[in-house]
Design a protein around this ligand. Structure first.
Ligand SMILES: [Fe+2]
Ligand SMILES: [Fe+2]
Length: 238
């Protein structure tokens, strides 16, 4: 038997596991104002069998326990592929959602807690910076590293050594790290106040996941990909 029952309410599921708000969003089920409906009522209203919803919730819970990848054992090309498909794809999927959540929470509750408006502003700046950052990696730095990985001798890059774009990316990682720290401070380490509604809770959960995903992402680039690429460039240099 799965972790959820047809007579659990939508709101109680999101309160227990805010990340599952994604499943409800995907199915067009309102978990904030419509949170009192049972899973059975909410799914029937959308023309779905309740079992389909239960299955989607259980799958989402088990996908959270995804296996840890051994990045040190990967080739640089595979590691780039992994970073793009896991972390870059995650950010692109999560940004529009967090954009909506931070906007809604700031406009509804910003009067009660003005820090929520700062959360919104900090998030928007981070989103903009990181969107440019992902493109620079995907269009400039990563193709250079792929080329290096596939060559017998280090190619001559127009921007000189890989250390130049790598230094720039590391600087941008530091800025992203500061924005995450600020978001964490502004939200009391992502802890909801007693009066927080489910949208507020979903926003905090999403921000906390954004922080841990970005920490892993930056770790894989700063501590694995970049030093290995620079070392390979030196080794393959003439
Ligand atoms: Fe990246
Ligand atoms: Fe990066």
């Amino acid at each position: 038997m799965g972790s959820f029952q047809v007579d659990d309410t939508v709101g109680s599921v999101v309160a227990r596991r805010p990340a599952l708000s994604r499943v409800f969003e995907r199915m067009g089920i309102d978990y904030c104002c419509g949170g009192k409906k049972t899973l059975e009522e909410a799914s029937r209203k959308k023309g779905l069998e309740p079992e389909t919803l239960l299955l989607a919730l259980d799958e989402s819970v088990s996908s959270e326990d995804a296996p840890v990848v051994d990045v040190a054992a990967m080739s640089l090309t595979d590691l780039i592929e992994h970073i793009e498909q896991t972390h870059h794809a995650y950010l692109r999927a999560e940004f529009p959602r967090l954009d909506g959540l931070t906007n809604k929470v700031a406009s509804v509750h910003g009067k009660k807690d003005p820090r929520l408006r700062q959360v919104r502003e900090t998030f928007m700046a981070l989103q903009e910076e990181l969107s440019g950052h992902l493109l620079k990696e995907e269009q400039v730095l990563f193709p250079m590293i792929r080329q290096l990985d596939a060559s017998a001798t280090a190619p001559v890059f127009h921007c000189g050594s890989l250390a130049n774009p790598v230094g720039q990316m590391e600087q941008e990682h530091d800025q992203a790290g500061s924005a995450l720290e600020r978001l964490s401070e502004l939200t009391d380490r992502h802890a909801p106040p007693d009066w927080a509604c489910n949208t507020y809770r979903a926003m905090l959960d999403a921000l906390s996941r954004l922080e841990s995903d970005l920490h892993q992402h930056i770790h894989k680039e700063n501590n694995v990909l970049f030093p290995r690429a620079i070392e390979m460039e030196a080794r393959k240099g003439i």
